[in-house]
Design a protein around this ligand. Structure first.
Ligand SMILES: NC(=O)C1=CN([C@@H]2O[C@H](COP(=O)(O)OP(=O)(O)OC[C@H]3O[C@@H](n4cnc5c(N)ncnc54)[C@H](O)[C@@H]3O)[C@@H](O)[C@H]2O)[C@H](O)CC1
Ligand SMILES: [K+]
Length: 537
């Protein structure tokens, strides 16, 4: 069926620690695959990928002289095989290894490279004229901070700011699991991650060192992956196939607007009218059947024109133009989902208490979260009888859960702990957004700094609320709606940034890129013949 993941798409959902990668590779070796054979296979795949990049992306700045950094372990071994293959294809190659001892297999490759006449230099400075550097110093075997002479070498390579550096498996110096810099690290232009994505690639702290990353498959049997990670790992990467599988299309032929979900957005204030409009536009894009928006009475007229299909409800307001109370005639339990918070202003806790007392799936964002933080989030949410989705960015997250560890590289663990404590779905937004439940975390590996602008969160809240309203009619778990919305929203940002640069994606423009048909057209696996597939439903 269109959209069913092939092997390469399937393995994209996994992310491993160094120990898990080691365990998977041990299974492969124990089953009989010689280490040398695997290294050869991996390095030949790297070479093929590298050559295709040189031929496609480095035509205007030709690469003829390639410097290869060789470490003491098998990362170095990979690099030596790549060096040999580049020599065979006519490149001039220089080898540099600051180590006198190497693992046996790496030492063999080093000896063979020398026997082929590949030049071995004695100092990193001798690579200064290279057109490209390949970083094979450390892979997932990095055990301790890089210091002393080794650190000097890394700093020298990083000082060649206009020279491309391609790292094998992971930039040397980056911790495979935490993504943190151990001492110092290579700032890679591109990283070829080997076999399975390492956890570091899901840590936003590592992004400045990873460069653009590509996964180099080397046919790890899925049975070995499942044997180490489990058949349903509790940490996965959000893939297009996963997100597509949760999209509520095609619709049933005999549906009607009431079956397509009714969302109530509670948002806006005289000070922040735009937030209510942006979340309304996000909800519109979701395909939700009915949309109601509760706003302070005085700003009601501002929303009716741009959102003619929405029912705009005026609420009593405070002197400074915030919602004083939910209008009496609003029955919160008559909606399929509620989204509360954008532009609300955090003056009036009673509004959030009324909303929390409802029995409907609820998205809390922005000032909805800041108001929740004034209550006891853990107790309040644990007692709530319906699904709750929180959408904090890091600062709101810290305000909500001061008891958790908030040092960098803890988003994955922190979001899962918050979900466990509250029973809510926690979307911890950032360059790598985490979608956590008490049982698992899905991380969105794709995003764009173009989304780091006021209002883009309001759009997500509306989009998410709409999907939640549609899917709650289908009894779909709320975390799946969260996955769809996060993927849809970030993809729209990525496409908008590619059309308009990263500076050109204001929140209103973002809403114009939420067209699902256009977004899905970027994935041939979903629309092989350009038509939306029709399934029996
Ligand atoms: N497992 C395999 O056969 C394959 C691995 N692949 C590649 O190999 C690396 C992992 O190899 P490994 O030898 O385990 O680790 P490294 O190459 O990263 O080298 C670590 C090596 O260096 C020593 N060391 C660690 N930290 C430091 C430090 N700060 N200063 C000095 N020395 C340090 C440590 O003792 C080790 O000896 C993997 O990333 C792949 O690139 C193949 O791709 C597949 C087969
Ligand atoms: K490396």
């Amino acid at each position: 069926m269109a959209g069913t993941p092939n092997r390469f798409q399937l393995i994209q959902q996994f992310a491993v620690t160094a120990a898990q990668m080691q365990a998977i590779e041990t299974r492969i070796f124990d089953a009989g695959m010689p280490v040398a054979a695997l290294m050869e296979k991996v390095a030949l795949n790297i070479t093929r990928h590298l050559l295709s990049i040189l031929h496609s992306e480095y035509t205007s700045t030709p690469v003829n002289l390639i410097g290869v950094l060789v470490g003491p372990g098998h990362n170095g071994g990979d690099a030596l095989v790549v060096a040999r293959e580049l020599l065979y294809r006519g490149y001039r190659v220089l080898l540099y290894s600051p180590f006198s001892k190497h693992k046996p297999l790496t030492a063999d490759h080093f000896r063979y490279a020398a026997s082929l006449g590949i030049e071995i230099v004695e100092a990193i400075a001798q690579l200064a004229d290279c057109d490209l550097i390949i970083d094979g110093m450390f892979g997932f075997g990095l055990e301790r901070p890089i210091q002393g002479d080794l650190a000097q070498i890394v700093e020298t390579v990083n000082s060649w700011w206009n020279k491309p550096v391609f790292s094998i498996d992971i930039p040397s110096g980056i911790h495979t699991d935490t993504g943190l810099v151990l001492g110092t690290a290579i700032r890679a232009t591109k990283t070829f991650c080997l076999g399975l994505w390492k956890l570091a690639f899901l840590r936003e702290e590592a992004l400045p060192w990873l460069g653009t990353s590509e996964l180099i498959d080397f046919d790890i049997p899925v049975t070995d992956i499942h044997a180490v990670l489990g058949v349903s790992p509790d940490l996965r990467r959000l893939t297009p196939e996963l997100a597509r599988s949760h999209l509520p299309i095609p619709l049933p032929q005999n549906t009607h607007k009431y079956k397509q979900g009714h969302l109530l957005i509670i948002a806006g204030s005289r000070r922040y009218t735009g937030a209510a409009l942006l979340s309304g536009l996000g909800a519109r894009a979701s395909g939700v059947g009915m949309l109601s928006i509760a706003v302070p009475e005085s700003i009601k007229p501002l929303l009716s024109f741009p959102l003619p299909e929405a029912l705009i409800i005026g609420c009593p307001e405070t002197d400074n133009g915030a919602i004083a109370s939910i209008a009496d005639h609003i029955n919160l339990d008559s909606y399929d989902a509620i989204a509360c918070g954008p532009g609300l202003t955090a003056d009036n806790v009673s509004v959030i208490q009324t909303v929390l007392n409802s029995h409907r799936p609820l998205v809390l964002d922005a000032d909805g979260l800041n108001l929740l933080a004034k209550l006891d989030p853990v107790t309040t949410l644990s007692n709530r009888q319906a699904a709750t989705i929180l959408t904090p960015h890091r600062r709101e997250f810290k305000r909500l859960f001061p008891q958790l560890n908030h040092e960098s590289h803890t988003s994955i663990e922190g979001s899962r702990e918050a979900a466990r404590l509250t029973g809510a779905v926690v979307i911890l937004k950032g360059a790598r957004t985490c979608i956590a439940t008490a049982e698992s975390v899905i991380i969105n590996p794709e995003s764009t700094p173009a989304l780091a602008r006021g209002g883009s969160g309001d759009v997500l809240t509306g989009l998410l609320g709409g999907i939640l309203a549609i899917q709650s009619r289908r009894s779909q778990p709320p975390e799946l709606s969260a996955q769809v919305a996060v993927w849809w929203h970030s993809l729209a940002g990525i496409v908008a940034a590619s059309d308009r640069t990263e500076l050109g994606v204001d929140a209103f423009t973002l809403t114009q890129y939420l067209n699902l048909k256009q977004l899905l057209s970027h994935f041939p696996q979903f629309t092989p013949n350009g038509n939306i597939p029709r399934y029996n439903n």
